[in-house]
Design a protein around this ligand. Structure first.
Ligand code: SAM
Length: 209
């Protein structure tokens, strides 16, 4: 149950392994993750809603999984949400929730089929991390945002401490690619020893890559 998949996820590497694990977990993911007191979706949605007053702004929920993150965005009042994820089985669960306008399977070997200006904000909630998408995804998401648009995402404790993830983010801020609209540390997987906290960022894209 919970610890089985949660423990395994931090040891999986590569897109194929990640897809297989989430495909196998999809049917039990919501129950398992909610048992841990998963707090990050509501925190990211609240942080984004403080920076994006237009509730009809188009949002892409990258790594939407079963749709828990989309549900938090709806709860915060957002109305136009698309989603994409590596795992077809996670997407099948998300589809049942009838939250997203459009859902598609991410092809990690190809550029995202999105142009700057398509979305006013992209969310990546519990996605870019050890046990999730590689740090290069951060750059991929920046590349499909127009200047002024927002990236709202979380980094768990372990990823924040790593140069590939936390270090990369700090370098991106120093280089002037993004401005930090908000940053807040708080609960992530509250009932799980590892990664019980996460840092939630809302970044504004400052210039074209
Ligand atoms: C911990 S789950 C989070 C799902 C959802 N955002 C939530 O908050 O419940 C991580 C999700 O990221 C997806 N994922 C991992 N690597 C990815 C990649 N390279 N591209 C797209 N999705 C990816 C997984 O399939 C999984 O559904």
């Amino acid at each position: 149950m919970t610890d089985n998949f949660l423990d395994k996820v931090y040891r999986v590497s590569g897109n194929d392994g990640m897809r297989d694990l989430y495909n196998a977990w999809a049917g039990k993911y919501d129950q398992d993750i909610l048992e841990t007191g998963y707090a990050t979706p509501a925190r990211v949605a609240a942080a984004l809603s403080a920076e994006l007053p237009d509730r009809n702004a188009p949002i892409l929920d990258f790594g939407c999984g079963t749709g828990l993150s989309g549900a938090a965005l709806v709860e915060a009042g957002f109305t136009r949400i698309d989603g994409t994820d590596l795992s077809g089985e996670m997407l099948a669960m998300a589809r049942q929730k009838k939250i997203y306008n459009k859902l598609w399977e991410t092809d990690p070997t190809a550029p995202l089929p999105v142009q700057p200006g398509d979305y006013r904000a992209i969310t990546a909630i519990g996605v870019i991390s050890v046990g999730g998408a590689p740090p290069t995804v951060y750059d991929d998401l920046l590349a499909i945002l127009a200047p002024g648009d927002l990236l709202a995402f979380s980094l768990n404790d372990q990823s924040m401490a790593m140069d590939d993830y936390g270090g990369r983010l700090k370098r991106s801020i120093s280089a002037g690619e993004v401005a930090v609209r908000s940053e807040a540390y708080g609960p992530h997987l509250q009932a799980h020893g590892e990664n019980s906290g996460s840092t939630v960022y809302v970044l504004e894209r400052l210039k074209d890559g």
